[in-house]
Ligand binder design. Structure first.
Ligand code: ADP
Length: 177
């Protein structure tokens, strides 16, 4: 019987890129699940100067480290510029993205196809959200906090506290998005 032998010398490395501007349990869930699928996973924190983030890159990286520092095959890096260029630089053949509702699909498929156009060697892998996080996004959490709601089921307590400090400093004004 013919057997298909996997090339065990090849590491399967992946990049999970994003803004992570207010790390949520949805992000953490994707990181934990992706870490089981790949040999090494790099969480890539994008500088995204065109957005108006609440947290500096260092603050965002520290928040992620606090949540998933126990995972031995996961590391956290920041990056600027095209995601595929960064993936290539770190030797990642896979880009991981999370999919929530259908509304994510159109944007994410465009991004995946564009990335494939730029580098055919890099494959985008989508992980479906866990049902409890389907409506969860960093911007939804910001809204909840801005209106004095309880976000303890949505983000770790230190993220909630930090967001409260940033967002409620100037009442009525959105200092970041
Ligand atoms: P970006 O600015 O690149 O969209 P985000 O930090 O908002 O960065 O999200 C990073 C990735 O995490 C995206 O692929 C996004 O779809 C995914 N994601 C965000 N929230 C969730 C969630 N609740 N469940 C699953 N995936 C999620």
């Amino acid at each position: 019987m013919e057997r298909h032998v996997m090339d065990t010398n090849k590491e399967r490395n992946a990049l999970y890129p994003g803004s992570f501007d207010g790390l949520t349990y949805g992000h953490i869930d994707i990181i934990r699940r992706a870490s089981l699928l790949f040999d090494r996973l790099v969480v890539g924190v994008a500088h995204n100067p065109q957005k108006k983030p609440c947290f500096s890159v260092i603050e965002r990286m520290t928040m992620i480290e606090k949540a998933i520092g126990d995972l031995p095959n996961v590391s956290i890096r920041d990056f600027d510029g095209l995601t595929v260029n960064f993936a290539r630089k770190i030797g990642a053949k896979f880009i991981v993205r999370g999919l929530r509702a259908i509304s994510d699909f159109e944007f994410e498929i465009q991004l995946a196809l564009l990335n494939r156009q730029m580098d055919r060697q890099i494959e985008t892998v989508f992980l479906a959200t866990s049902t409890e996080y389907i409506f969860l996004s960093s911007s939804a959490v910001k809204d909840v906090i801005l209106h004095n709601g309880n976000a303890s089921d949505l983000v770790p307590d230190y993220v909630e506290k930090a967001l409260r400090e940033k967002l409620l400093k100037k009442k009525g004004e959105m200092p970041c998005a």
